[in-house]
Design a protein around this ligand. Structure first.
Ligand code: DAH
Length: 365
C-alpha cells in the first residue's frame, strides 16, 4: 500500500508491516468513532507519552540511516493522516450534533413571552391629566421639592399663625451651618402651590401652567396617608379671567378624565391663596352616583381644590391685580388613582408588588 509523505512523494510500505498495518486499520476506523472513543484513540495513537505511533517514531533512533529515512517518511505520513482523520471526524461529529439539535427544535412550541413593563398607575393618571390640559393650551412648569417658607406659605397669603406652619405638619430641612439669608428656613414643600409663585415671578402674564410634582407632609404612612405624595397644580392668569372660566375648564377636565356624562359640583371651601375657593366633586366613576365603597355611599368623589387667585398672591408675585385675574387648582394624582381604580389602601401605590402593578398594563396603553 502506498502512503504519501508530507511533500507528497509516494513511499513504499516500511519494513515493519505488522505494526503499521494495524495502525492503518485503526486509521480507517477513525471515521466511525464516537466522540469519547475518538478522544481515547487520539491519545492511544498520537499521545506524546504513550501513543503507539509516537513510540514507533521514537524507536527509529536506533535504525541504520537509510532504513531510518524510509521508515521515518512512512511513519510521518501516517501520523499526518491520523491527525487529519481525527480532526475531520471531530468536525463531522460536531456538525452532526448541531444538525440533530436543529432537527429537534419544536417549531410548534409557543413563543417565549417577553416582559416589557408598564407605566405605574399614578404615572398613567398624571400623564393623562397633563395631556388634557395641554389640549387647552396649558404648558408644564416644574419647581424644586425644597422650598423656603416665604414661597411655600408667605407669598401664598398664609397668615403667620396658620397651623400648617406648625412643625407637626411640615417637614423642615436641617440647615445648620448652611449659608442662608437671616431667618430663612427651608422645608420640603407641603404642596406644589409655591411653583405658582415661581412662575409668576419669572415673567409677566399671561400664564397657563400645570405643575406636576411631589409634596411632603409629616403624616403617618397608613391606608389613606403618605408622607410623600403627588400633586398636580394648575394656574391660569390673564386679563378678564372669571369664575366661569374656572368652572368650564375644570368641568371639561372631569368629563375628559372620567366619563363624558360625569356630573360635577362645586362646594364652597377655603384656601388662603384663593378667594372665592371651592372644592370640585365628580359623580362616582365606579357606581355612577348610586353610592358604593369608593365614594363612601355618597355618589360623589372629591377631586380637587380650586378658586380665583387671591389678589394678595398676585401682588406678592408682582402681578397687578387691577389688570389681571386668574384661577388656580390643585389635585392629588395618588388619590385620583385610588378613586379611579377603586383602591382602599394608598400603600398599594407605593409598593413594588408586580401582581398588583401588572394589572394596569392594558390601562396604561
Ligand atoms: N395646595 C392645596 C393643597 O395642598 C391644593 C390647592 C387648592 C391648590 C386650591 C390650588 C388651589 O392651587 O387653588 O391642599
Amino acid at each position: 500500500m502506498l502512503v504519501s509523505d508530507p511533500c507528497g512523494a509516494p513511499v513504499t510500505a516500511p519494513s515493519d508491516p505488522e505494526s503499521l498495518d494495524a495502525l492503518r486499520q485503526r486509521l480507517a476506523a477513525v471515521a466511525s468513532l464516537e466522540l469519547a472513543a475518538l478522544d481515547a484513540e487520539e491519545i492511544a495513537v498520537l499521545g506524546r507519552k504513550q501513543g503507539e505511533l509516537t513510540h514507533l517514531l521514537k524507536a527509529m533512533a536506533t535504525l541504520p540511516l537509510d532504513e531510518k529515512k524510509q521508515r521515518g517518511a512512512a511513519l510521518n505520513a501516517l501520523k499526518l493522516e491520523f491527525d487529519a482523520a481525527v480532526a475531520a471526524r471531530r468536525t463531522e461529529l460536531k456538525h452532526g450534533a448541531e444538525a440533530r439539535d436543529a432537527r429537534e427544535v419544536d417549531l410548534t412550541m409557543p413563543g417565549r413571552a417577553t416582559w416589557t413593563g408598564t407605566r405605574h398607575p399614578v404615572t398613567v393618571v398624571m400623564d393623562e391629566i397633563v395631556d388634557i390640559f395641554r389640549e387647552l393650551g396649558f404648558v408644564v412648569a416644574l419647581g424644586p421639592d425644597i422650598e423656603n417658607e416665604e414661597r411655600n406659605f408667605g407669598a401664598l397669603n398664609f397668615p403667620p399663625d396658620h397651623p400648617a406652619l406648625d412643625m407637626h405638619d411640615t417637614l423642615y430641612v436641617d440647615t445648620a451651618g448652611a449659608d442662608l439669608p437671616a431667618g430663612e428656613r427651608l422645608l420640603l414643600r407641603t404642596h406644589t402651590s409655591p411653583v405658582q409663585v415661581r412662575v409668576m415671578r419669572a415673567g409677566p402674564p399671561p400664564y397657563r401652567v400645570v405643575i406636576p410634582g411631589l409634596a411632603y407632609r409629616n403624616d403617618p404612612f397608613d391606608a389613606s396617608h403618605a408622607p410623600a405624595f403627588t400633586q398636580m397644580e394648575g394656574l391660569a392668569v390673564d386679563e378678564g379671567i372669571s369664575f366661569v372660566d374656572l368652572k368650564a375648564t375644570l368641568s371639561h377636565f372631569a368629563r375628559r378624565f372620567f366619563q363624558s356624562d360625569a356630573q360635577v359640583r362645586f362646594r364652597p371651601s377655603y384656601f388662603p391663596f384663593t378667594e372665592p375657593s371651592a372644592e370640585m366633586d365628580v359623580s362616582c366613576a365606579l357606581c355612577g352616583g348610586s353610592g358604593c365603597a369608593a365614594c363612601k355611599g355618597s355618589g360623589w368623589m372629591e377631586i380637587l381644590g380650586c378658586g380665583m387667585v387671591h389678589e394678595n398672591v398676585l401682588s406678592n408675585c408682582g402681578v397687578d391685580p387691577e389688570r389681571y385675574t386668574g384661577f388656580a387648582f390643585g389635585m392629588g394624582p395618588h388619590r385620583i388613582a385610588m378613586l379611579r381604580y377603586g383602591l382602599a389602601d394608598i400603600r398599594l401605590l407605593y409598593g413594588g408588588d408586580m401582581r398588583f402593578l401588572a394589572q394596569f398594563g392594558a390601562l396604561g396603553q
